[in-house]
Design a protein around this ligand. Sequence first.
Ligand SMILES: [Zn+2]
Length: 478
Amino acid sequence: MIKKVLLAILGLVALVVVVLLFNTLTSTSKQIKVDPITPIAVGDEVLNNFSKAVQIPTISYNLETDPDSAVFIAFRNFLQETYPLIDSVLDRKIINRYSLLYTWHGTDSKLKPIILMSHQDVVPIDEPTKDKWQEPPFSGTIKDGALWGRGSMDDKSSLIGIMEAVERLIAEGYKPSRTIYLAFGHDEELGGHDGALEISKYLASQNVQALFTIDEGGFIVDGLVPGLSKPMAMVNVAEKGFVSYELRIETGGGHSSNPPAKNTIGMLAKAIYDLEQNQLDLKMVSPLDQQIAYLGPEMPFGMKLVFSNPWLFKNLILEGFTARTTTAPTIFNSGIKDNVIPTVAKATVNFRILPGETSETVKQHIIDVIKNDQITIKVASDVNEPSPVSEVDADGFRMIEKTIKQLYPEAVVVPGLIGGGTDSKHFYSISDNVYRFYPMHYAKGDEGLAHGINEHMKTDYLKECVQFVHQLIKNANP
Ligand SMILES: [Zn+2]
């Protein structure tokens, strides 16, 4: 009898091993085969223009502070003077005072247009950290093979990359068959409601339906994916939603010599602790399924086995991809004096919402977890629901994919989901497909650069932005 049971167990184990191996060995690469090209030559003279762009401090402070009009007009004038061919060939429309929309009319009006996006504004410098900058943040210094300053990466690298590429194409006598829009909002860092959203409304009023839109928010990452020896080019096809909720509790308070059984602070602290301990569920949703399908076959054997068998390793994989709505308590406030029980305690919790969920389902989750109707819950931020998921099986994606493979034959192209928001979320109404990718390189240690101290970008990578856009425009025009 025991022998039979053992045999049955052994048989079962053997079967699992066979299935695991079968799935691993039959998982095939989704990488396309493209002949590499020699990118166009981009000389050091362009660096001067990237530098000048960084020197104009187009700062978005906060929603209560108007943009500095002199600065944004200076930036607009700088673009006009620096790119005379664009100025004479493309139409420029100023939208909502500072945002810019250029139109490069195509020769074939039957073809759907494409939209290349970037944003003019940058985040401010944190005053207390000013001394920690190796170079003044708006100096645009070129040193040690990099351009230093706020905006060198986010997002003047792609904005100037686009301008340089288009100026060059015009000089080469190139005429696009489809219309190309260049859309540069001026308040991306504040949510893009005055800029990108207004541009998209204007385009909608002109009945524009683009083949695709491309914006920041994708990367080439080197050595950051455990097990993957090649660089990964991440083309993000969706972004998580965003909402912050304020939790507030009000009690009678009292004197600290006679504390109540349930203290204001204690009750709210428990609610926050419970939210951290009871995270929202991990879920396999689109586009994470695509991300796994593209990445899995490129991994070494052990990881490939895991990725090829989500039926067994689902949670391990999902954990690795942060495939859930995330919970982040960010503000906690209560109390004014050491001998007074406070009457009010408030906390703010930020959530990044997974596609398939909404700000409302998140609110219900909070109610279910904290189980305390003394605590009120209200929205404390702009609400962005998760974006729709753009298609991978679409011409726009294929054009971007081909461009990446031509320029970076080594790179593994992977569609993905980004946690942070970009201006492109406002473009779904006028675009069949909205993608996020420019060749921003990230390696270990670069993670905090975009909004951080000592933002800088290697000059080679700035040149790659020009090469990428130049080639993408060619690939997008039959
Ligand atoms: Zn940005």
